[in-house]
Design a protein around this ligand. Sequence first.
Ligand code: G4P
Length: 529
Amino acid sequence: MDFQTEIAKRRTFGIISHPDAGKTTLTEKLLLFGGAIQEAGAVKNNKIKKTATSDFMEIERQRGISVATSVLAFIYKEKKINILDTPGHKDFAEDTFRTLTAVDSVIVVIDVAKGVETQTEKLVEVCRMRNIPIIVFINKLDREGKDAFDLLDDLEQKLGLSVTPLSFPIGMGYDFKGIYNIYEKNINLFSGDSKKNIEETIAFDNIENSDLEDIIGSSAAETLRDDLELVNGVYPQFDKNAYLEGEQHPVFFGSALNNFGVRELLDCFVEIAPAPRPKMAEERLVEANEKELTGFVFKIHANMDPKHRDRLAFVKIVSGTFERNKPYLHVRQAKKLKFSSPNAFFAEKKEIVDISYPGDIVGLHDTGNFKIGDTLTEGEQLHYKGIPSFSPEHFRYINNADPMKSKQLYKGIDQLMDEGVAQLFTLELNGRKVVGTVGALQFEVIQYRLEHEYGAKCSYENFPVYKACWVDPDDPKNDEFKEFQRVKSKFLAKDKRGQLVFLADSQFSLQMTQSKYPSVKLHFVSEFE
Ligand code: G4P
């Protein structure tokens, strides 16, 4: 098969949802359709369960599973589908943000009873900022939930989406009769049988046809006709280009657990979802069909086996082909590297592959060469943008609790930061180290992993900081910036890349600082124009 056809075949996407909305269940049903797994229950849920086990044991369990579910690939209707895993737990939101830099589209899962939840709001905002095409799947229609129109309003108001339903529910919960598929113009009756692989559908071009009464009963028929009239009147016709531009967002309804509405979603997805999209590097826009390899690391998994210090760097291929044993330029380190056993992912297995194409993810065994955001090329000086660090929300001093093990401690901290578990800041004034995290859970993760993987012990001390902001002076030589540095010296630190960071101790002090030094811009994200 030629290079162009291979690219056109690929669909690389992420499923995002608030925990419990049904992401794992939907993923599993998609894999079943692809024939990649044979039975339900094969895909493990990597969410943090609220059980009696302590949080960090739970995190270890989750980490074990998430290697297996990082990339799940399968073939459906001759398309190679790569699903990238996105943790739903808010403390791992940064992981999800980074994964979103490697997807070409997303499916958002919403629980019909809960509607739009906070975690979804933040993730969808990131997708909208990047114009990532979004399809919405409203799940759990077998349960009582919110009215379909209220949900569509919710999607517009809370998520800022421009929705257009491509299917519409007939009843809900106890009265759930099925779904009218607006995209395919047919009716799918709900049987509540999750084992069914292909649901029976009844073609229904004209909704006015009196057969509708025989199929779903007269009152449901009347409601459906009214609903569809309203849909027609209120929502725009589906426009594939608008969807691809991230300006229109198709919505499907179903029940993942009952395998209902999932085939419709998948069939539409393979038809409309984008093949690998071009990606902006600092230097230029890179098209997928360029012959030379370019790719970037968006995730690192380390030390699954502490005896071997193994790390797996996940590289998204943006252009060209990635070939086994061919030397590639590691741009940041300015050195050529060869990989004798690059991994590709299929369902829950990984195996060594000779060649991978744009849209694919390869897992590279690494002994400490890679950091998140690193770029690989065939020689070009190229730096992919868009793997920013976000301002952490929790800060603590990190101290060495075992002076005999300081080497291990610093190595451990270094590697965990490369993996993106947290961010390290070094205070300008006294060189003390401060760890900043998105969620409080990460402090436990770091302590636990330092001890179990590096044999080092750390302790924490409170450090009352409200937010870390990256400092961006209009003119580093002007007096205003010099005064800012002098007055705020107690609150200045360097991040791992040596960028200057202001640690504001309250929202008030942040506002005051901004108004007092207007030529010193403060950013909540580490990448800015
Ligand atoms: P997540 O990955 O988004 O966190 O959600 P997950 O798929 O684990 O689903 C969360 C819960 O919702 C699970 O129940 C799952 O069985 C249920 N669920 C998913 N889809 C549907 C649906 O269409 N209808 C109904 N009624 N339930 C659905 P659980 O009891 O929390 O977990 P489990 O013990 O069944 O695994």
